[in-house]
Design a protein around this ligand. Structure first.
Ligand code: ADP
Length: 256
C-alpha cells in the first residue's frame, strides 16, 4: 500500500514535470515562429522601398557626368545592392527554417547546373581573374531538388571566388559512392583558420567582417547551404588550409 502510494505520487510528479517540459518546448517553438514571422514580414516590407531606391540611384547614375557625383552614386548603388542581397537571403533563410519547405526531387545533369551557376557568377570570376573548371562528367546524373542545389552551388562558388586571390582557381567535382552523391567545391583562396571552421555555418558569422562586407557578403550564405543540405538528409565537410585554399564537400543521399 505504501509502495503503491509512493508510486502514485512519483508518477504524478513526473506527469507534472512532463507537462511543464512540453509546454516549455511549445512556448519556445511559438517564440521561434513569431521571431521568424517578424523577420519575414520586415524583409517583405523592405523589398519594395529598396528596389525603388535602386531604380532612382541607377537613373541618376546614367544621367550624371560629374566624376565626383558619379563616385558617390556608385557607392550608394553598391550599398543598395548589398541591402537587396541581404533581404533576399533573409527571405530564403526564413523559408528554409520554417520547416514548411518541401523538396522537389528530380534527376538532372549536374554538369549543366554547374554551368548555369557559373554563368550567373561569370562577372565575379572575370573581375578577379579567377579561372574555373567544371570537372563534373557529362553523364553524371544527380537526384535532388534542382532549384535548391542551384542556390547551394551558387553560394559555395560565390564564396570560392570572393575569398580567392587574384588569378586563383576554382574547381567543382562530383562522384558517387554507394548511395551517396558527393559534390566538391574547391578553391585556392585565403582559407579558413581552423578555430573558425565550427562556426562558419552560423547566421552572420564571418571570419573577417570587413572583408566579407567589402565583397558584398550577407553572412547568410553558408547557413542557407547548411539548411539545403540538411533538408536533403545530407552532410557537409570542410577542409581548409589558411593561405592555401578550401574544399567544401557535400554528401547527398540517393533515395531512388
Ligand atoms: P559571407 O556572406 O560573409 O560570405 P557566408 O555564410 O557565405 O557569409 O560565409 C561565412 C564566412 O565563412 C565568410 O564570411 C568567410 O569568412 C568564410 N568563408 C566561407 N567560404 C569561404 C571560402 N571558400 N574561403 C575562405 N573563407 C570562406
Amino acid at each position: 500500500q505504501y509502495l503503491e502510494r509512493f508510486y502514485r505520487v512519483v508518477s504524478k510528479r513526473i506527469g507534472e514535470m512532463l507537462v511543464c517540459e512540453v509546454s516549455d518546448v511549445s512556448s519556445v517553438r511559438k517564440y521561434e515562429q513569431s521571431k521568424r514571422e517578424f523577420v519575414d514580414n520586415a524583409s517583405h516590407e523592405l523589398k519594395t522601398p529598396i528596389s525603388v531606391l535602386r531604380g532612382i540611384v541607377e537613373t541618376l547614375l546614367e544621367e550624371e557626368e560629374d566624376q565626383r557625383k558619379r563616385h558617390f552614386l556608385e557607392k550608394a548603388l553598391r550599398r543598395v545592392e548589398q541591402m537587396q542581397n541581404l533581404v533576399e537571403d533573409l527571405l530564403t533563410l526564413t523559408k528554409l527554417e520554417s520547416g514548411r519547405e518541401r523538396l522537389n526531387l528530380s534527376e538532372f545533369k549536374l554538369r549543366e547546373l554547374v554551368e548555369e551557376v557559373y554563368d550567373s557568377l561569370e562577372q565575379e570570376f572575370v573581375k578577379k581573374e579567377v579561372s574555373f573548371e567544371n570537372l563534373v562528367s557529362e553523364d553524371f546524373k544527380m537526384f535532388a531538388d534542382r532549384q535548391k542545389l542551384f542556390l547551394l552551388l551558387r553560394n559555395l562558388m560565390d564564396n570560392a571566388v570572393k575569398y580567392n586571390k587574384r588569378g586563383g582557381k576554382v574547381w567543382v567535382r562530383a562522384k558517387k559512392e554507394g548511395n551517396k552523391q558527393i559534390l566538391e567545391v574547391e578553391d585556392t583562396g585565403i582559407g579558413i583558420p581552423p578555430e573558425h571552421v565550427p562556426f562558419i555555418f552560423e547566421r552572420f558569422y564571418r571570419v573577417d567582417k570587413g572583408r566579407s562586407r567589402e565583397m558584398g557578403g550577407t553572412g547568410l550564405g553558408l547557413s542557407i547551404v547548411k539548411h539545403i543540405v540538411f533538408l536533403h538528409g545530407g552532410e557537409i565537410m570542410v577542409h581548409s588550409e589558411p593561405g592555401e585554399g578550401s574544399r567544401f564537400s557535400i554528401v547527398i543521399p540517393m533515395y531512388n
